[in-house]
Design a protein around this ligand. Structure first.
Ligand code: TMP
Length: 192
């Protein structure tokens, strides 16, 4: 969710992985090239917006994420395909099955091992952020949140839902526990 503290948590996680000796790449979507236009562009038609997020993802996966994975890095990505399902699908009411198909094409089917949903009530999201981008309306964020929670319920093995209203170090600890377990980091084994 917007204003959930996810960018801070992504940084903390990347730092902890590095400290544990795991090669890591920290990255985000939308990426620099599309970010300004997508967040502040006026009068973007919903379909155009959808295609821009997908085009950005296709480029990001091929030029940044896949090369890092093939170098053996763990990739920490601040937002990915679920954001398009939540915002353009559940938020804007576009066809979620179509978005799933298009996400599959944009990512070549690359799915995260772990997805952390940083959940905060929309009221908190708006209060914390207020940067004025086009995605911060209360009724819209309510739908986005419901969408995210639905996605998390449908894939409990991949998703970890974290209460973003908790203290920063508490949230970081919870995320670290999940990541540590997934990559066997507390047993001193090869993380792969
Ligand atoms: P943030 O990552 O700084 O929170 O800002 C990105 C904004 O873009 C956020 O409001 C969510 C929105 N977004 C979408 O609507 N669809 C997407 O696919 C992605 C990656 C982000």
């Amino acid at each position: 969710m917007d204003g959930s503290g996810k960018t801070t948590q992504a940084r903390i996680l990347a730092r902890r992985l590095e400290e544990a000796g795991v090669p890591v790449l920290l990255t985000e979507e939308p990426t620099g090239s599309f970010r300004n236009f997508l967040l502040h562009g006026d009068e973007l038609a919903p379909l155009a917006e959808l295609f821009l997020f997908l085009a950005d993802r296709a480029q990001h996966v091929r030029t940044v994420v896949l090369p890092a994975l093939s170098e053996g890095k763990v990739v920490v990505c601040d937002r990915y395909a679920d954001s398009t399902l939540a915002y353009q699908g559940y938020g804007r009411g576009m066809d979620t099955e179509l978005i799933r198909t298009l996400n599959g094409i944009a990512t070549s089917g690359l799915t995260p091992d772990i997805t952390v949903l940083m959940d905060v009530p929309p009221e908190v999201a708006i209060g914390r952020k207020a940067s004025g981008d086009r995605f911060e309306r209360l009724d819209f964020l309510r739908k986005v949140r419901e969408g995210y929670l639905k996605l998390a319920r449908a894939e409990p093995g991949r998703f970890t839902v974290v209460d973003g209203t908790c203290a920063e170090d508490e949230v970081a600890e919870r995320i670290w526990e999940v990541v540590k377990r997934r990559f066997n980091l507390d047993r001193g084994e090869d993380y792969g």
